[in-house]
Design a protein around this ligand. Structure first.
Ligand code: GLY
Length: 425
């Protein structure tokens, strides 16, 4: 057989190029996978530095028309970024806003990862701007605000200044508990819906502050209230398929359920994506703090509901509501995905039998967020992730960055890091 040496050499070159290309792709994926935590924290360091510049400008320059304030009291009250308006302007909020604790929390996570005094000082400054909230009994969002900021501060520094504020916050939060209902009241608004004692699934996250207060003081009042609230929610918020209602309204005199609703979801009977994430995280933390099997079972069932849902996209980043009518032409909610990923990493540690499955889901979420949802550097006023949805029915914060999406993103990355290094968390 006649062999053409030139052709043979050409084929060999092609094979070598192909082999090199394949090993490059494999290396790139491996690198991507093994460095996902480092890569995102390096990105966050630059992006949050830019965010701090934007925030400083926002607070200093009252007349800056690119800043949108969610405060009736004026610019001096603004403490934290929350989201962007559709025109790209920054939404800043005062300490009373439910989102005020997430940005300080992100800065504490930067400190946790880098151990740099610079991040610690920045985090401290943003945290103490929230102190007055310790006496604000008009909201159930105390945990979101104070545990994400002061809670991380105390966990990472052990400074009792933070502890005192946290304990006062926990005492204020339990004023909203009604023993007849067996729940902490979520919202004070709702007259226009004829609500008497609305409780939302989101409220589960605020229980972390109460479990902490009992561990810190030995006073079981706090954890008893948290457990009662978790049991009442378990009984009334969930459907037979383990999806949850957003709002359950109770009669505060009898404890009877008056009605069930949605506020931020598509419809009363739909599964609002972030609500499912709050539920998963909430029962994960209740199991972690109490060891009660029923809470683990609830978290397992919620995870199964989410990850077997026909409307969950392949990238595992959900649309804003699992029953949104125009799927796949609906906005996504990255915040639901980051909160879910963080809860799943914790479950890896708590439910070892299913750990592999949880880790695979959480890793897939983080990989896809890193690849396709990150804001370009020095854009979007310093938010880390794009494509979250705050309240679609009100056309508010639709397909925008949200500060809590970023907070749970960093939290999930830290947990992944610790899990892979065998460090407790
Ligand atoms: N906790 C309010 C929300 O999830 O939008």
């Amino acid at each position: 057989m006649f062999n053409n040496p030139l052709k043979a050499r050409g084929n060999m070159t092609k094979k070598i190029i192909m082999a090199l290309a394949l090993s490059f792709i494999a290396f790139a994926f491996k690198k991507d996978d093994t460095n996902i935590v480092k890569d995102n924290f390096e990105f966050a360091a630059k992006q949050l530095t830019y965010a701090l510049e934007e925030i400083t400008l926002a607070i200093a320059n009252e007349s800056d028309s690119s800043i949108h304030a969610r405060s009736e009291k004026g610019w001096s009250e603004l403490v934290s970024p929350r989201s962007l308006e559709p025109d790209g302007s920054l939404i800043m909020v005062p300490s009373k806003d439910w989102c005020s604790g997430f940005f300080p929390g992100e800065l504490w996570y930067m400190y946790e990862y880098t151990r740099s005094e610079q991040w610690k000082n920045l985090a401290h400054r943003r945290t103490i701007a929230l102190e007055r909230e310790k006496y604000n009994a008009t909201t159930h969002d105390m945990g979101f605000k104070m545990y994400c900021s002061y809670g991380n501060a105390y966990r990472l520094t052990g400074d009792t200044v933070y502890r005192d504020v946290l304990l006062k916050s926990a005492k204020t939060l339990i004023k909203r508990f009604n023993p007849v209902v067996g729940s902490i009241r979520s919202w004070d608004f709702g007259n226009r819906y004829n609500w008497k004692f609305p409780v939302i699934i989101d409220n589960m996250l605020n229980l972390e502050l109460l479990f902490w207060a009992t561990k810190e003081t030995g006073d079981s009042t706090f954890s008893n209230i948290a457990i009662t609230h978790a049991n009442t929610t378990l009984k009334n918020h969930f459907r037979p398929d383990y999806s949850s209602y957003h709002v359950v309204d109770y009669d505060p005199k009898t404890g009877e359920v008056r009605n069930k609703y949605t506020h931020q979801g598509y419809s009363k009977e739909s599964a609002w994506a972030r609500g499912q994430a709050w539920g998963l995280y909430g029962y994960m933390l209740c199991y972690r703090e109490t060891g009660k099997q029923e809470y683990l079972v609830q978290a397992q069932k919620i995870a199964t509901y989410i990850f077997s849902h026909a409307n969950l996209p392949n990238d595992l980043i959900p649309y804003w509501d699992y029953d949104a009518p125009e799927i796949p032409n609906e906005p996504k909610d990255v915040s639901a995905a980051t909160c879910t990923a963080s809860a799943l990493y914790s479950l890896c540690d708590l439910d070892k039998e299913n750990a592999q499955k949880y880790k695979k889901w959480a890793d897939t979420i983080l990989e896809n967020l890193t690849r396709s949802y990150r804001a370009p550097l020095h854009s979007n006023k310093g938010f880390l992730l794009l494509h979250s949805t705050g309240a679609k029915p009100f056309n508010s914060e639709v397909d925008q960055p949200l500060v809590y999406a970023d907070y749970y993103f960093l939290e999930a990355l830290l947990k992944k890091d610790k899990l892979e290094k065998g460090v407790n968390f």
